[in-house]
Write a protein that binds this ligand. Structure first.
Ligand SMILES: NC(=O)c1ccc[n+]([C@@H]2O[C@H](COP(=O)([O-])OP(=O)(O)OC[C@H]3O[C@@H](n4cnc5c(N)ncnc54)[C@H](OP(=O)(O)O)[C@@H]3O)[C@@H](O)[C@H]2O)c1
Length: 220
């Protein structure tokens, strides 16, 4: 689509497969480290001049009953899903205030529905809704839009590692599909297509809200 793409994650291999190329920039880094985020944003600006679209997709989870969540697990999940977005936006909003921009935070159906043993993840993703609303309100006059995209059960690593884990119940995939009216797991492209729409001019009147991409999961 003619964009320059910069991306950051801890493992180079993940990003290289998809984006490494002449007009793209991969920055190996940890979103939970403030100075690393600041340095990465400076590098992006040196290379491309500014940032027009920002997507925060870094995420992880921890499975345990709420009262058994350790402090280190709490910090790991909140820092990656929620605080990482804050670290990025502190530096990206001032850049975007010059000529506008679009911010998309990748949330989850977990911000709208609860299930057992994943409360920290649900809490972090719910926090992103408040973050997007606040950022949208404070920056509408600068033509900056901020939204959350909330995927449901997607055939992507976070879910597939759970489905394939040794503790997963037999027929877990089939069991999960009972909760999805469209009767299939989402594909990565279902999320990508929605993200392209939400960050594009087609969505120029959409801000401070969330879009569910969940095959009807939350409609039940
Ligand atoms: N799969 C689903 O069903 C589903 C459903 C709803 C929402 N989501 C959300 O969609 C997003 C992508 O999930 P996925 O299923 O595609 O799983 P994934 O491949 O594990 O995606 C997580 C990404 O976050 C990056 N990341 C994790 N910790 C990081 C850190 N400290 N610093 C920088 N990058 C970090 C990982 O790269 P590195 O490990 O290389 O750092 C990885 O690329 C997540 O936010 C997830 O919560 C997924």
């Amino acid at each position: 689509m003619g964009f320059n793409v910069a991306g950051m994650s801890r493992r180079r291999t993940v990003f290289k497969k998809t984006y490494d190329g002449q007009k793209n920039l991969f920055l190996q880094g940890d979103i939970t480290k403030k100075q690393m985020v600041q340095a990465s944003i400076r590098k992006i600006v040196r290379r491309f001049g500014t940032i027009d679209i920002f997507i925060h997709a870094a995420g992880n989870t921890h499975r345990a009953p709420f009262h058994k969540v350790t402090c280190s697990a709490w910090n790991r999940v909140i820092d990656t899903n929620l605080k990482g977005a804050y670290y990025c936006l502190r530096d990206i909003i001032p850049l975007m205030r010059g000529k506008g921009g679009s911010i998309l935070l990748i949330g989850s159906v977990g911000a709208f529905a609860s299930w057992e043993d994943e409360a920290v993840y649900q809490i972090a993703k719910t926090g992103l809704l408040a973050m997007a609303r606040a950022v949208a309100l404070e920056n509408a006059k600068y033509n900056i839009r901020a939204n959350v995209l909330c995927p449901g059960l997607i055939d992507a690593p976070m879910l597939t590692s759970l489905i394939n884990s040794k503790d997963a119940p037999k027929d877990f995939r089939r069991e999960l599909l009972r909760d999805v009216p469209l009767n299939r797991l989402g594909e990565t492209n279902d999320v990508v297509n929605a993200a392209v729409f939400m960050t594009s001019q087609w969505a120029s009147y959409i801000t401070g809200t969330a879009l569910l991409v969940d095959g009807g999961y939350c409609a039940r």
